[in-house]
Design a protein around this ligand. Sequence first.
Ligand code: ADP
Length: 284
Amino acid sequence: MCPESVEYDCNVPPYRFSVSDLDYDAIVRIMPPVVRIQNLTKHYFLESVTVRALRGVSLTVEQGEFVALMGPSGSGKSTLLNLLGCLDRPTSGAYVLGDDDVSRMDDDRLSEVRSRYLGFIFQSYNLLPQYTVVENIEIPLLYQGCRLNEKSRQRCIQRADLVGLGDRLEHRPMQLSGGQQQRGAIARALVNDPHLILADEPTGNLDSKTSDEIMQMLIRLNAAGKTIIMVTHENDIAAWAKRVIRMRDGVIEIDEPNQQPRIAQGVSSAFVSALNSLMSEAVR
Ligand code: ADP
C-alpha cells in the first residue's frame, strides 16, 4: 500500500500517457511498449526441491494489444500473471512496465505500481461482500491513498454507468448475478485508468451467454485503447483476443497473432466515446 502520509489527488492522472481522444495509431507509434520482459525466471524453493515455474520468458506487449495467455495446467501462466501484476518478484530477468523497471522494486513500490497503473479482473470477481457496488469500485482509489469525496464518488458512478450498473449502485455483491458482479469488477479495474488490465479467467464462473457479454465488454475497452492480458484455458474465449501466447513448461511455446478475432456485436462508438471521455476527463 502507498505510505499513509502520501495522499494522491484522484483527479490527477496516475499515468504518464493517455489514449483519450487522440489519434490512437499515432500514439501507438510513439509510446513505449506497456510491457517489456526479458529472460524472466521464477523459481520456487520447496525444502530440497526447486520448482522452475518460469524458465526464461521474454515478451513485449504494445499499448492497445489484447493478449490471451494459454497453456496446460502447471505451464506457468499464473506465475507469469502474478509477476506482470507486480504481486511477486522474479528470480532473475527484467520486467519494465511502461518506463519503470519493476523487477527490483521493494514491496511498497510494487504495491504503489499495482494500485496506480494496473487493473485486475479475477475469475471469482473478488468484490467485498460487505460493500455496495459503488463502494467496491472505490477500493482501488483507497489503496492509492486518495481522499474520497463527491468527485471521486462521481468517478465511480461513471464507471458503474459505463458497465451498465448505474441502477445497481447500492446493491451488494450477493444481490447481483455473476455477470453483474463481473461487470462491477471491470468498473473497479477501470477506476484508476490503468495502463494495463490483467484478467485471470474472467469468464471462468459464467455461462456461455454471460461470458460473451463480458468478453464483448473487454473488446470494447480494448477498442477504446486499453491494453489487456487475459489468462484463459478456453479456446472460445481466447478467440476474442488479437494475439495468443501459449506456454508450456515455463516457457513461451507459441506466440502468434489471432488472424480472425471474434467480433463484438455492437461495439458502439457511443461506448468508446464514453470511455474516452472519462479517460480524458482524468487528464484535464
Ligand atoms: P498454471 O497457472 O499454468 O497452472 P502455475 O504458474 O500455477 O501454472 O505453476 C507453474 C509451476 O509452478 C507448477 O509446477 C506449480 O506447481 C509451481 N508453483 C506455482 N506456485 C507455486 C508456489 N507458490 N510454490 C511452489 N510451487 C509453485
